[in-house]
Design a protein. Sequence first.
Length: 128
Amino acid sequence: MLSVKTSFSLQEIQPKSEMPKLTTGLIAEKALDLDREVKYLLNKAKIAKAEKEKAKKEAEEKAAKEADEKKKKDKKKKKKKKDSNETTDASEEVEKASADTNEEENLEVEEGGETLGHAHIFEMRFFV
């Protein structure tokens, strides 16, 4: 299409007996086209802004979710470590108790060249 200035200058040069190059209908049509294009660009900008905000919000939610999962994993690890420490402590106590028992069983008391059994050691401790 011809620009408004070009059309206006052509219209001035053109004789009055010919059909005009620039009419009010053409001007109105161009104004509507410009208005439609402006509305389209504004709508496109709004959509782009909304998509950007949505992506930002999703990223924040994802980061928060990952942080929560990390906290849960850390809690589980701490709990597991604590449980394993308690289990280790309990097993150490059991080992110590069994070692003490083994030492008592291995304790040999000889009386007159004879080795006395566990029952005899018990009797000797409390009745002697």
